[in-house]
Structures are given as C-alpha cells and as structure tokens.
Design a protein around this ligand. Sequence first.
Ligand SMILES: [Zn+2]
Length: 412
Amino acid sequence: MGNTRKSQKRVSKTNAVSTFFIVFFVLAAVIIGWLALDFFSGTKRSGVLYTIGKNEYTLSAKEAYNGDTLMVCFDDIAVLCEMTETGSAQSRTFFAANSEQSIAIEADSQIALLNGTKVDMLATAKLRDGKLYVPLLFVEQYMSGIEVTHDSGDVEIRRGEYNASTKNNPLYQDTVFTGTAEVPLDAPDASLDKTAPTYSFVTDLSAYEPYMCPEDPDAYLILVNRETTISAEYVPGNLVEITNVRKDGRTERMVETAEKALQALFIEMRAAGYTDVSVTSGYRSYEKQAYLYNLYTENEMKAGISRTEAQKIVDTYSAQAGTSEHQTGLCCDMHNLGSASQKFAKQEAYTWLIENCYKFGFVLRFPEGKEDITGYSFEPWHYRFVGRYHASEMHRLDMCLEEYIEYLAENQ
Ligand SMILES: [Zn+2]
C-alpha cells in the first residue's frame, strides 16, 4: 500500500513537470508569433515624421496608422491653435480660441461632434499616452485656420497666416471647424447594410466591379460646396491619368478608383453607340481653380461691371478656389460638344448618361431643378463618383448630394 502511494506521487510530480514545460513552450510560441506578426506588419510602411508647429517627432507606421488611415495627434494641434479643453483623457471637448467653436472627440469612437453636429471621421479616434489621435483627412476636411501638408508620407501642420503677416510678426488665422452649415454632415452608419446592387451590362465589366463598388462604400461621400470648403493644401492620393480624355493632347487626372469606374462607364456607353463623349476636365488643384475663377471674373468685367458684380455672375457657373469638388479628384466634366454647355442635355448621349451613370457609381452633381440646393446652375456635363451603392440610392430617391447627405444624417 505504502509503496503504491509513493509511486503515484512520483507519477503526478512527473505530470506536473511536463505540464509546466508544455505551457511554457506554448506561451513562448505565442509570444514569438506575436512579435513576428508585429515585426512584419510594421515593415509594410515606414515611420511618419510629424512636424506640428515647432514640435517634431517620428511615429512608427504601426503607431501612425489606424488600419489604412493616417492619424494625427489632436492634442498637438490643440496646443498649436491655442485651444482650451474640458473632459477626460478618453473623451474631450476642445474649444477654438477667440470663438464659441468646439469639437468633441472620444477615444474608440468614429463620430466627432463638430459644434454639436455629428461627423463621421471614417476611422476611430485612438488614445495613446493620454493623447487623442484622429484621422488626418478628417482634420484636413473639417478644420480651417491651419495648413496641412503630407508630402511623401510625412505630415506637417502649421498655423494659417494672413497674407499681411511677416515672419517676425505673424498674424495667425483663427481656428474654425467647418461643416457646420444647416446641412448636417453625418456620414452613414457603418452598421447599415450597404451592399451595392448588381446590374447587368452588355460588356464584360467584371474586372471593374471592385472599383464601381469600393470596399468601403462611404469612402467617397466627401461634400465640397460653397459652404463646406476644402483646404487649399488638400491633394487627393492616387491621382492617375484619365483614359477617356479629349484627343487634343490634354492630360487630366482623377482618383484611381473613380477613374477605373469611369473606364467601365465609357466601355458600356460606347457599346451602346455613344462614341463621341470624352472627358474635358478632371482634378483641379486649388491654384488652378483660383486661376480659372479669376480669369472668368475678368472676362465678365469686360462688360463694364464691377468685380463684385462680375463675381456674382461667375459664382453661378464656376467655383471659387476651395469650394470646387474638382479638387477632390472624384469628378469630371464630359460631353460631346466644343465646350461645356447646357445644350449637351439635348443629346442622346446625355440621356444615356443620366439613365445609367449610377450603375457605375457616378451621379449628375448639379441637376436641373436643384439649383437652390446645390448653388449651381444645371451642369449636364459634370459627374461625380460616390460609388455604386450611394449613387443607386441617390438615383432611387432622386436626391442631389446635399439632400442625400442630410437624408443619411436624419435616417440613421
Ligand atoms: Zn465640373
């Protein structure tokens, strides 16, 4: 009896030792695997150098990106812009200097409150070392009074200065959170089903489906108009040359996803017999838009009217720099006339376009009858990419982009 108990004891001791080693090796394997994963995911992108005012530092790619979204430290921007703040590290409201304007940001939430209006930042805010990080694109789109550049991946943010300022005596612009006009800017809730409808085409466009129906259906809903302006520094990523441009040697560019979807539209439109439509204008930089607007104004002034009067006229057909969605790289002008004209609406090709463009993710941006809402005259030539899901919804509801964004805000 005594012997048996002794041997049992030895057996259980051996079991305990082997269990310890098994647990040890499994843990070691998990840790090595995790480190390897961390290492390899970190090597996909290089680190990002941030220059925010006089503050300069580098974050590793893993710290700088939230998924595919480039992030920026909002606390640093708040210091730069002399904002005040209330709340906890996790959830804070920042107040712009010299105004009542505010922005509330919460860690792990994708929604920011801009002067009380919900805005989808398209990626969640992150808390790191007590500081809140938000998507850079969100800052670019909704804040003015700062200048953002991100050349070759590095980010630089400065206070905007008035033209009259000098190096020794800079006059800083006040920080403003834009996008607070009557139209709420809520982007749609990611939890809703946004599966794009399928359409049958006479040509084989299967290779273009991922562009017409982008993975993130909400990524192309950016609104730019006279009230919701775009920063002078904003340059879209992935600009590529447009294939179906007018054959007069011009080069026009567009964001790649939109351009590929446009290629699909042209293939199908040509198959339907409309072969003479081509793109006359795509992405326009802030500077180019400023140049055009000024050119048109001076042309109108030849009639002997004042600059202000001339601008009133130009405002009905051209956009002031920062208010044109051509700066987003998501739209193009296309027609089959010598120059863009409302006469294009009488062409059969136009009828085909308005009856089909949504299937490729495009909408007629300035429709007839919506002039009071869009602020622009009817432009039968100007098409905007929003992706098939939203384009189909806008078609179904017969809404322009301003109406649709308001509708999304109210119905979620
Ligand atoms: Zn246009």
